[in-house]
Design a protein around this ligand. Structure first.
Ligand code: SF4
Length: 421
């Protein structure tokens, strides 16, 4: 039996609380279970219990079997001298502090179904181990858990943004440019896009923001795509421009080997994504300021729906002509950038500036964007959950990855309901 379930039962006060007695038959009243300690030392800090007529304040240690106290050598460890109560499932030994003084012990009694439900959750092999119980959980309860999960997810994304800001003197536009570039990699080329953006200062692009050709020359040149022997006339012109700009800004291109084309649909080729990114940068290098001014879905869609230069209408690669087709960013790609980059950035900015109105608007954006289509979202829908917008899909992605997959049912609010049903 896992000790974590005993921690959980103690922390949530799910034990039978009336007529508690120590193994020495002294009455016990639990006034405060204390605070769970996940580091070294006793399991719960600052608990308060009345044993007999004495009120004790101190720490609580929990074991399945009392004899584990000795297995873990707590009897010699001064960090455990502060333990006021040893809580166990089976009191198979009496225990003492380093000076030999006995520690009161309490055998925990609780409904057997909690342990049974927990075993089912932990040993379940289904995609979601509580899937047969989800239908019994009120929708309002799941919605409130989703709100907490979404906040947790945005806070995690915020940490990555914060790290970038700490490394560049809180330059929001520069940090946004790097994370935005990363999002144009759509997974397979995210790393390469980030390297590209870091190799090419936003200030260099800003000097040429009104000339799409020069922005393309800078981006394709820095990406390493202009050393290709198969360059056609357009590519050769870009190379000529890049050779000049490279000296002007003392640039060093990244290694072209960073880019992946294998198993990608042509629309997702890095050359197409770079052309789209160039079109987005064209005309405005202060994108984040524009977004802050109008964090509205229609406006943001308009900003992202950029058309790459004409050359790319008939090409997926340099020097290979293909039938004419618009290479505008598609709806799913735009939504992905909104969900994974723009909303987290707005949320991070709003949090740092204490702007609750902007924080609310960033969350509302997610409510207006359709749910992502991926195996996790489909999985939740298949077991009966409603997943209609990005607010819900992002929350449920967080639940699956950070709780279900890691078997953290004891920290999940649905898990709490399922255990006590
Ligand atoms: S973490 Fe929560 S939702 Fe996931 S399987 Fe456990 S109880 Fe169910």
């Amino acid at each position: 039996m896992k000790e974590s379930i005993l921690h959980y039962i103690w922390q949530q006060k799910l034990f039978t609380a009336h007529s508690l007695h120590t193994t020495e038959d002294e009455a016990v009243e639990v006034i405060d279970v204390g605070k769970l300690n996940t580091d070294a030392g006793p399991d719960f800090f600052n608990a308060k219990v009345r044993i007999g007529n004495t009120l004790w304040a101190g720490n609580v240690e929990i074991h399945t079997r009392a004899s584990e106290w000795y297995k873990h050598n707590h009897q010699h460890d001064k960090a455990y001298d502060s333990v006021i109560l040893h809580v166990v499932k089976y009191a198979d030994a009496s225990v003492s502090r380093s000076d030999g003084e006995k520690i009161p012990q309490l055998e925990l009694v609780y409904p057997v179904r909690i342990e049974e439900n927990y075993e089912k959750l932990i040993s379940g092999q289904k995609w979601i181990s509580c899937s047969d119980k989800i239908a019994d959980i009120p929708a309002i309860f799941i919605q409130s858990w989703e709100t907490a999960l979404l906040t947790e997810r945005l806070e995690q994304k915020m940490n990555a943004i914060q790290q970038l800001l700490n490394g560049n003197n809180q330059h929001w536009e520069e940090a946004f440019y790097i994370i935005l570039a990363r999002s144009f990699g759509f997974g397979a080329n995210s790393q390469a896009f980030e390297m590209l953006a870091k190799s090419l200062p936003l200030t260099a692009l800003a000097k040429h923001k009104n000339h799409l050709f020069q922005i393309e020359a800078l981006l394709f040149g820095q990406a390493g795509f202009l050393d290709d022997e198969l360059l056609d006339e357009y590519g050769l012109q870009l190379k000529k421009e890049y050779d000049f700009l490279k000296i002007k800004f003392s640039l060093r291109p990244i290694n072209v080997e960073q880019w992946r084309l294998l198993r990608l649909r042509p629309d997702n080729f890095p050359q197409i994504r770079i052309a789209q990114f160039a079109a987005l940068i064209h005309g405005s290098t202060k994108l984040f300021s524009r977004i802050l001014e109008r964090p509205e879905l229609e406006y943001l869609n308009g900003i992202l729906k950029t058309e790459p230069s004409d050359y790319w209408k008939t090409h997926y690669l340099f020097g290979h002509e293909s039938p004419q087709k618009s290479k505008k960013l598609g709806k799913d790609s735009i939504n992905s950038i909104l969900i994974n980059t723009i909303v987290p950035f707005l949320f991070c900015y709003a949090t740092q500036k204490g702007n609750q109105d902007l924080k609310d608007k960033s969350i509302q954006l997610l409510e207006q964007i359709p749910a992502e289509k991926n195996t996790i979202v489909i999985g939740w829908q298949n077991i009966g959950l409603k997943v209609e917008n990005a607010f819900e899909s992002q929350a449920l992605l967080q639940l699956k990855k950070r709780y279900c997959d890691e078997k953290k049912c004891l920290r999940c609010r649905i898990g709490h309901k399922v255990l006590t049903i």
